[in-house]
Write a protein that binds this ligand. Structure first.
Ligand code: NAD
Length: 499
């Protein structure tokens, strides 16, 4: 059995706590490795190393730091296949999707190459007589991030690339379910020229997270994961005086207006609802057709597309649309929610419950499901399912549709499909959700914009990546300077009376 490590001080280090978690191959259901779960002492050791390494890194000029990012981009491209394979093997997503996971992280690294420009401060010449004023953006020091299982390459890079580009040290606590790619990324950063100890990976569970939350040297915590944990980390981190940003769960609605191109809307829903087995915080999990006629037309288009979906292991390459979910527990949770939908009166139009794949009977596969006539009081509407399950809630009008999305506790992403510019514009203006797609089902902003939801999908003030990341990972210092007049006034030859 492979025993994974931590990456501390530039070395692969065995765990010393004696505690481990199983890492599965979700396609076969086998345990393929065990990952060490760090103790408070192991976290303290990493923090000590980070604190020693950070000042020299901060003193390295931003252009040199950017060159490390540049070299890292080259290495990510060199090792793309290797990274994708390791990612799919532990997560279960298809290989093209795994490459997308790396690519979307890589794009944020590319953005961070602009650090010298992004870190330029502000300057006011002659703010008063002989007085200049300037603001500097300085690194925080030792920073940390806690990431979820569903994007084990992208989300760590969204955090550590800007943190490092700003001159911080960073300690990553990745998901214990798929820790191999984060370890590989740390190695690659060092190969790219990052000094040892500036980026470390410490694997673990709640004990490691609590150690980070309570360590006085850690200046900031970034978190991405489920809402209850986000809320806990935000509250605890803030109470301990840290800068904290937490991104939580989602329930993303897509509104389909009667005038929408129904083929386009159905295709969009297939990719957004079932891609990555629905394990995306930007997945569409609720379709809201406006009017019964629209709903009937939509369902008619969706059913054959869903029935054609190919579900299988990542080793099948491009021949599968989505793979297994991450663990047996995740599968049980999804099946339990599907049962609750049936029990609470929703109509299960496509039933994937008896899905099984020859040769992979122990894998964590879940067939695709489509519900119609879902109502807001049902658990499948209220809760994040995080599986290949699309719920249809029929709305009587546009106003009812927009109200549904607005009244839901989550506010990560949403979309509207329509040919009516006025409806689209009204929707984009009024909706209380952070990321909006107009005829775009998964509106994930690119690296140079920022990513973040509203309501219970976020705790904190600044978004991920883009200019916000450079604000989150720096603090502003403003200097007011006045130099006494010097020799330039010339020598003095006469005694002056003191008055
Ligand atoms: P999770 O909340 O179970 O775990 C996230 C991280 O928190 C992991 O590193 C885990 O080890 C740690 N953790 C788990 N329990 C903890 C506890 N009790 N105390 C302290 N730390 C704990 O989430 P997940 O299952 O890995 O990821 C799926 C969730 O993440 C979904 O809810 C999804 O919507 C959300 N997500 C959100 C975004 C976003 O940007 N809003 C992006 C991706 C995923």
């Amino acid at each position: 059995m492979q025993e994974l490590t931590h990456y501390i001080g530039g070395e692969h280090v065995k765990g010393t706590s004696g505690r481990f978690a199983d890492v599965y191959n979700p396609a076969t259901g086998e345990v393929q490795a065990k990952v060490p779960l760090a103790s408070t002492d192991e976290i303290a050791k990493a923090v000590e190393i980070a604190a020693k390494a950070q000042p020299a890194w901060a003193a390295t000029n931003p252009q040199r730091r950017a060159r490390v990012m540049m070299a890292f981009v080259g290495l990510l491209n060199r090792d793309m296949d290797k990274l994708a394979e390791a990612l799919s093997r532990e997560h279960g997503k298809t290989l093209p999707d795994a490459k997308g996971d790396v690519q979307r992280g890589l794009e944020v690294v590319e953005y961070c190459i602009g650090a010298p420009e992004l870190l330029k401060g502000e300057y006011t010449d002659s703010a008063g007589p002989g007085i200049d004023m300037y603001s500097m953006k300085q690194p925080l020091g030792v920073t940390a991030g806690i990431t979820p299982f569903n994007f084990p390459a992208m989300i760590p890079m969204w955090m550590f690339a800007p943190a490092l580009a700003c001159g911080n040290a960073f300690i990553l606590k990745p998901s214990e379910r798929d820790p191999s790619v984060p370890l590989m990324l740390a190695e690659l950063m060092e190969e790219a020229g990052l000094p040892k100890g500036v980026l470390q990976v410490v694997n673990g569970d709640k004990e490691a997270v609590d150690a980070l939350l309570h360590h006085p040297v850690i200046q900031s915590i970034g978190f991405v994961g489920s809402t209850p944990i986000a809320e806990y980390i935000y509250g605890t981190g803030c109470a301990n005086g840290k800068r904290v940003q937490c991104f939580g769960g989602a329930k993303n609605h897509m509104i389909i207006m009667p005038d929408a191109d129904m083929d386009q809307a159905a295709d969009a829903l297939i990719g957004a609802g079932y891609g990555a087995a629905g394990e995306r915080c930007m997945a569409i999990s609720v379709a809201v057709p406006v009017g019964d006629e629209t709903a009937d037309r939509l369902i008619e288009k969706l059913v054959p597309r869903i029935e054609k979906l190919k579900v299988g292991p990542y080793t099948a390459g491009n021949d599968v649309d989505y793979g297994p979910v991450v663990t047996a527990a995740a599968k049980q949770n999804i099946l339990g929610l599907i049962q609750s939908g049936v029990d609470q009166g929703a109509k299960l139009v496509v039933d994937g419950r008896d899905f099984s794949l020859q040769g992979y009977e122990d894998g964590f596969f879940v067939g695709p499901h489509l519900f119609d006539h879902v109502t807001p009081d049902m658990d499948i509407y209220k809760k994040e399912i995080f599986g290949p399950v699309l719920s249809t809630v029929r709305a009587g009008s546009y106003e009812e549709a927009i109200s549904l999305a607005m009244d839901h506790e989550y506010g990560n992403g949403t979309a509207i499909f329509t040919r009516d510019g006025d409806a689209a514009r009204d929707f984009a203006n009024r909706i209380n959700i952070g990321m909006v797609g107009i005829n775009v089902p998964i509106p994930v902003p690119l690296a140079y914009h920022t990513f973040g939801g509203w309501k219970k999908s976020v705790f904190g003030d600044l978004n991920q990546h883009g200019p916000d990341a450079f604000k989150f990972y720096t603090r502003t210092k403003t200097v007011t300077s006045r130099w006494p007049s010097g020799i330039k006034e010339g020598g003095e030859f006469n005694f002056k009376a003191m008055d």
